[in-house]
Design a protein around this ligand. Sequence first.
Ligand code: GLU
Length: 492
Amino acid sequence: MNNKTVRTRFAPSPTGFLHVGSARTALFAFLAARKYGGQFVLRIEDTDKEREMEGAIGHIMESLRWLGISWDEGPNIDGPYAPYVQSSRLELYRTYAHRLVADGLAYQDPYTEEEVEAWRKQAEEEKRPFLFREHRPASHFKGAGQGTWDGRSALRFRVPHIKRYTWNDLVRGELTAGEEALDDFILLKADGYPTYNFCHVVDDIEMQITHVMRGEEFISSTPKFLSLYEALGVEPPLFATLPSILGAEGTKKLSKRDGAQDILEYRAQGYLPEAMVNFLALLGWNPGTEQEFFSMEELIEAFSIERIQRSGAQFNTEKLLFVNHHWMRELPDEEYLARARREGHLETTNEARLRKAIPLLKERASIFAEADEMLTGELSCLFLRAAPLREILLAKDPNDPAQHFTETTLKEVHGLITGLAEETSAEEIKTYLMAYADRNPKEQGGRGAILWPLRYALSGQERSPDPFMLIHILGKQESLLRIEEAIDILKE
Ligand code: GLU
């Protein structure tokens, strides 16, 4: 690494929402800047006006904020290289363009779009690559200091050397490509807007970017960028190519079905930003240790560009759920509820019971959407009273002698619960009732013959949390009512 201050950037085009792949790129660039004590820049690359999507910039910024990826310079923060939105930097690109024209390294495109398109088609039919430079008009290039450009026509780069380029990618090592990628590409379109190939190089130079981190789709164009740096007489930045993200099969690129969705979709479903960040960091980077869970601070500490992998990283939804579950369990109960509510989850009419049920939800649900389902599914007994069925209250096996004692034992447990203090923990209730259940003789079904009907009487569900937890969450009055109802049913 050279000794310049590390400056990385995330340069999204506002053509869509922030999805998993771009979020991972942003995160890695952010981590590198933080790790090496540098700056992280957010730059909006909005020169393709036709593909621009309304609201995308706001959405991208909101996604980054949610993830905790903060930028030091960007559209909403003034910085030394402002503005940070390309459509507001058109003057700068023109200045660079004029410089290239003056140096004889750019020329006015003399052809119509139709002419160029016809050559492209012809090359395609002949199955050979189309190279504009083969049609470079000799008459239009008169050497340095003599080029002309009316400023209203498209401007093309005059690629100075047709040669192979070899560069060192910080992740992939030595890469080489050349002639086939080099061409007289368009710098500025007739409408005055620059092409990506041109303006991102200008901006990376102007913004003093030291490390360019992006996906592998840019490798094949790198000779183009390098020839432009050469023409401008500027040392290129360091390149770090991030591995592609593969779907569940591990072969194809991540698709919508595998989880390539908008980051804010994850937020809506009740994933935590801590988990997303932890998960995204491990998509193509590894700490070299067994550590699985990382906070942002820990990531900054542990991160290194050297440990970014070359091969594709598999997106595993199970793993994401697992990581999310971990971070959900780390939240204090109050925070758990506050976070859920912020996204419209865990709405219920019985706040007191919901609060007491949080430890159960934490244990069972990997995301808030799953916790919601539990409130109306396997944990619905916490809120709704479902009448138990007589035959289930009794032992399932009609010959089981334990059934003859069910009514009596429920009555005894009822008496015990009556003696409980109002706010007793599930743990205390357990100790208290187990002392009684354990005394039940084997011939009368042992502790199971007490705990089963009790749990079922309380829940009305064959599967539910244990009876101690139920009594704790339902509260004394509701628990007693439910047991009374069960006793009545047994009398029928
Ligand atoms: N605007 C480009 C994109 O969104 C940025 C590529 C780059 O990082 O240079 O793909």
